[in-house]
Design a protein around this ligand. Structure first.
Ligand code: CIR
Length: 254
């Protein structure tokens, strides 16, 4: 689970027009988004990661969310097929970069998936069934990754955009989850650590450089993690939450 290189992409001038289910009460502040992105990058570097930061792609408003167009595992990168018309083009825009590091493969129609639904938990790849990710994707991923068990988890009806909006793998067979969102059987065999009440958004975290990075503003979940021996760092990502994104969406670990 410890990665050394993380791919990011600067938010572009079009980021305020990102795809959202509902407009936030205040508009996205692009200057603040850029500052928050830089802060996150600095934190990852302080934690010992090498960051590869791609220039903004203004024609792709959601392209700052680099987690979604690809699944990276070992020496392979699988380019995913988005179900979101405005996000078509993001996967191929990443292809030349990923080819420098990985063997690149592609999901084929009718499969659709976003990386935000693909939760790599060691021996198991939990795959959220959502508005973005379908069963055909689970089947193709199972064929491409026979060393893993691909287990579908229902996300529709949870109110979450993606599976990883409500679950993070912390290592050692432990998942950080937002309570009451998923079928209680979904993660059988794993230890579940629940976010504190009213802090569901803390369930989208990043594990890197020996720390768990939580979105800022979830103090009681922070305490829960510290009490269990995790090193916790925080990052303010308010301007990315307005674009329906979380912390993990901003990082693609290579
Ligand atoms: C979208 O709706 O696709 C973007 N505005 C947000 C994507 C967030 N990505 C993620 O949760 N992995």
């Amino acid at each position: 689970m410890q990665h050394r290189t993380v791919l990011m992409r600067e938010p572009g001038a079009s980021y305020p027009e990102a795809t959202v289910r509902e407009r936030a009460s205040s508009p996205i502040d692009l200057a603040c988004a850029r500052a928050q992105h830089l802060e996150l990058r600095g934190l990852l570097e302080r934690l010992g990661l090498e960051t590869v930061v791609l220039p903004a792609a203004d024609e792709l408003p959601d392209s700052v969310f680099v987690e979604d167009p690809a699944l990276v595992r070992g020496d392979r990168a699988i380019l995913l097929r988005t179900a979101t018309p405005a996000r078509r083009g993001e996967a191929e825009a990443l292809a030349p970069v990923l080819e420098r590091y990985k063997r690149v493969e592609r999901l084929e129609a009718p499969a659709c998936a976003d990386g935000g639904d693909l939760l790599d938990a060691g021996k198991v790849l939990f795959a959220g069934l959502s508005e973005r990710t379908n069963r055909a994707a689970c089947e193709q991923l199972q064929e491409l990754l026979p060393e893993l068990r691909v287990l579908p988890v229902e996300v529709r009806g949870t109110g979450l955009l993606h599976l990883k909006s409500g679950a993070t793998y912390l290592g050692r067979d432990t998942l950080l989850v937002a309570p009451g969102r998923f079928d209680s059987e979904a993660f059988r065999g794993y230890t579940l650590l629940e976010t504190a009440p009213a802090e569901d958004a803390a369930a989208n975290a990043v594990v890197a450089g020996g720390a768990v990075i939580l979105p800022a503003g979830h103090p009681r979940t922070e305490v829960r993690l510290r009490e269990r021996g995790f090193r916790v760092e925080t990052a303010d990502i308010s301007e990315f939450a307005k674009g329906d994104g979380g912390l993990s969406c901003l990082c693609l670990f290579l």
